[in-house]
Design a protein. Sequence first.
Lengths: 111, 113
Amino acid sequence: SQQGEEDPQALSIQEGENATMNCSYKTSINNLQWYRQNSGRGLVHLILIRSNEREKHSGRLRVTLDTSKKSSSLLITASRAADTASYFCATDDDSSYKLIFGSGTRLLVRP
Amino acid sequence: KAGVTQTPRYLIKTRGQQVTLSCSPISGHRSVSWYQQTPGQGLQFLFEYFSETQRNKGNFPGRFSGRQFSNSRSEMNVSTLELGDSALYLCASSTGQGVYEQYFGPGTRLTVT
């Protein structure tokens, strides 16, 4: 079963705009990760935020984590057409060695 | 370092057959995880191996099995294929210790007819 639910399911923006995706999860976690997937290919790791962190940056990516609300957001600034992909959040069950993925957000960046 | 490789990339099988998929992790990685991705169920965890031992298993029937070899390469097997097994099967490797990100292969697209 999927732990995370992502919102929105789909997002269409113009190149240069910012894109924000949200993820909610159910159980306690050690860390939360975001991955990108281009049209049915393998996933690419974007960023990992630990449960004791509130915000993390990597290039044009900014991730926040609110463990009290069991939610995270991914912000992509100054989006590019190449950012068009599906984005997934993934959490670890703190008692196991597996990632539980959200349902994903499909991002379309129009040139 | 070379990335995670999966073979074959595409596979077409008939109901009732069995299939074996292979995954070679990044050099030095001892953990290999397998995921199934379908439009309806999304990404679902199948199992994870670390140093040839299965550490965790998802909620899949016994028709799905796997193993890991001493060189960390892993295989997964699906027996008695069903139409619903059509999916993208993704393999991911990691160091397997502590907090870690996973590195995914390109996947094997399995179609069951």
